[in-house]
Design a protein around this ligand. Structure first.
Ligand code: C2E
Ligand code: CA
Ligand code: CA
Ligand code: CA
Length: 276
């Protein structure tokens, strides 16, 4: 912006203004989205690798914006993290997910685990454990059926505090998964000190393991590592039969991805479940 003198500076600052205007309007929209009932949860299944049977469900957040349509989480969660709105939004997410899971049970579907994604700010919020407890109590869902997915970067942020929170969750009976595994900087030697249940290998590994032998080797090493530490190992982002077959050969426990289904609104998920 410096090189071109006045003109390019002007261009630069106008661009900046547009961006901050957009941000501002997104932010004010986000503030009202909860009370305007604009959030939706989509659901995607997880399958057992060996039998193909559904073992669990993950809830994924969407924002049904009145003008912009359906907005994916990556476009508003970072903003909600920054301004703290992720706390009430996150509270809504696990309440809604627990309720939905119980509604499916009441309709006679098999009891499955329900996974929700937890962001860093939420995990370290002082009311977090209370909020999780409240959602469980309110929905009357068995705690063992709730699985919280936290990313690898949260894990290593403040190890002592993290282990403390994880221990409390374990005491409540809630399960915890480490999400996007392989993309962060976990100290592998410290991994076993965390009371965790599940390790989810990031989709970027899965989608690159067929063309790249070294990624395939890395992926199978991650599976072995997870299993040797006693975790349930889940592969996310599985898009083809070829990928699923390879993962099965290497003893991955469960998988999730477009090969089986995309995240769906609850009505569609129910319909799919009924018709197989
Ligand atoms: P994630 O937890 O790693 O979720 C997996 C993402 O991959 C989802 O994107 C899902 O729709 C997509 N996906 C599933 N199967 C496949 C596949 O076979 N191929 C490909 N290419 N993609 C697949 P989505 O729904 O856009 O969510 C993106 C991220 O936003 C999530 O990544 C998660 O980190 C975050 N997120 C979603 N919902 C919530 C929430 O309620 N709270 C928080 N804090 N974060 C959330
Ligand atoms: Ca996840
Ligand atoms: Ca993930
Ligand atoms: Ca991912």
């Amino acid at each position: 912006a410096k090189e071109g003198g006045k003109n390019s500076f002007r261009f630069y600052s106008e661009k900046l203004n547009t961006d901050s205007l957009e941000r501002l309007s997104l932010e004010s929209g986000l503030r009202n989205a909860l009370e305007n009932n604009e959030f939706r949860l989509f659901y995607q299944s997880k399958q057992d690798m060996a039998t193909g049977r559904m073992t669990g469900i993950e809830a994924l957040l969407r924002w049904q914006h009145p003008d912009l349509g359906l907005i994916p989480p990556m476009q508003f969660i970072p903003l909600a993290e920054e301004n703290g709105l992720i706390i009430p939004i996150g509270r809504w997410v696990f309440k809604t997910a627990c309720r939905q899971n119980l509604a499916w049970q009441a309709q006679g579907f098999p009891k499955l685990s329900m996974a929700v994604n937890i962001s860093r700010r939420q995990f370290f919020d002082e009311d977090f454990l209370k909020d999780v407890g409240d959602a469980l109590q309110e929905s009357q869902m068995a705690p063992e059926l709730l699985e919280l997915e936290i990313t690898e970067s949260v894990l290593m942020h403040d190890m002592d505090r993290t282990i403390g929170i994880l221990k409390e969750l374990k005491q409540m009976g809630v399960r915890v998964a480490i999400d996007d595994f392989g993309t962060g900087y976990s100290s592998l030697s410290k991994l076993r000190e965390f009371p965790l249940d599940t390790l989810k290998i990031d989709g970027s590994f899965i989608q690159n393991m067929i063309p790249h032998a070294e990624i395939k080797n890395l992926t199978t090493a991650l599976i072995d590592l997870g299993r040797s530490l006693g975790f349930t190992v889940v592969a996310e982002g599985v898009e083809s039969k070829e990928q699923a077959d390879l993962l099965r050969t290497h003893s991955c426990d469960q998988f999730q991805g477009f090969y089986i289904n995309k995240p769906m609104p609850p009505e569609e998920f129910t319909l799919n479940w009924t018709t197989g």
